[in-house]
Design a protein around this ligand. Structure first.
Ligand SMILES: O=C(CO)COP(=O)(O)O
Length: 158
């Protein structure tokens, strides 16, 4: 493996956290944020439209809201991941209900994996993440050097 196969992404102590929940999971995420607001207030929060609004209303924390999920909010959060503006995501998707924007949901989960973003899809995982030693420290993620991968593929085609 060559040194430049991977690039390091440095993350500061204050994390950029994306919060997303389907309707059947809204109560869970709002209650969880309320329970953890003393920790969350030290970080930058964003979320899909309705989730962000409900969390903000309950906890008083500032949560930057994007569009509602079915109207493109998942895609906006995905774009923020690509731009390096999300450090981890809590996405409580509902395993018991079909979503009209299922392709967007899949795309968001996919791009989060591509960029090695820690994702909590349930509250137990969210608890583990919030209590991780990395929450109070800097952290360095290693992501694949896509520029190099693409360059290598183009070279092979020549
Ligand atoms: O649909 C969502 C995630 O896929 C969430 O969107 P809202 O937070 O706007 O309900």
């Amino acid at each position: 493996m060559l040194e430049d196969d991977y690039v390091a992404v440095e993350i500061g102590k204050a994390k950029h956290i994306a919060l997303v929940a389907h309707d059947g999971k809204k109560k869970e995420i709002v209650d969880w944020c309320d329970r953890n607001k003393d920790i969350l207030k030290g970080h930058f929060l964003c979320g899909t439209g309705t989730t962000a609004r409900l969390i903000s209303e309950r906890t008083g924390l500032p949560v930057k809201g994007y569009c509602s999920g079915p109207l493109g909010g998942d895609q906006q959060i995905g774009a923020k991941i690509v731009e390096g503006q999300v450090d981890f995501m809590i996405f409580l998707w509902d395993p018991l209900e079909a979503q009209p924007h299922d392709p967007d949901v899949k795309a968001l989960l996919r791009i989060a994996v591509v960029y090695d973003i820690p994702i909590a899809n349930n509250l137990a995982t969210a608890d583990f993440m919030l209590n991780s030693i990395y929450m109070n420290d800097t952290y360095s993620r290693q992501i694949e050097n896509f520029n190099k991968t693409i360059h290598d593929r183009v070279e092979k085609m020549k």
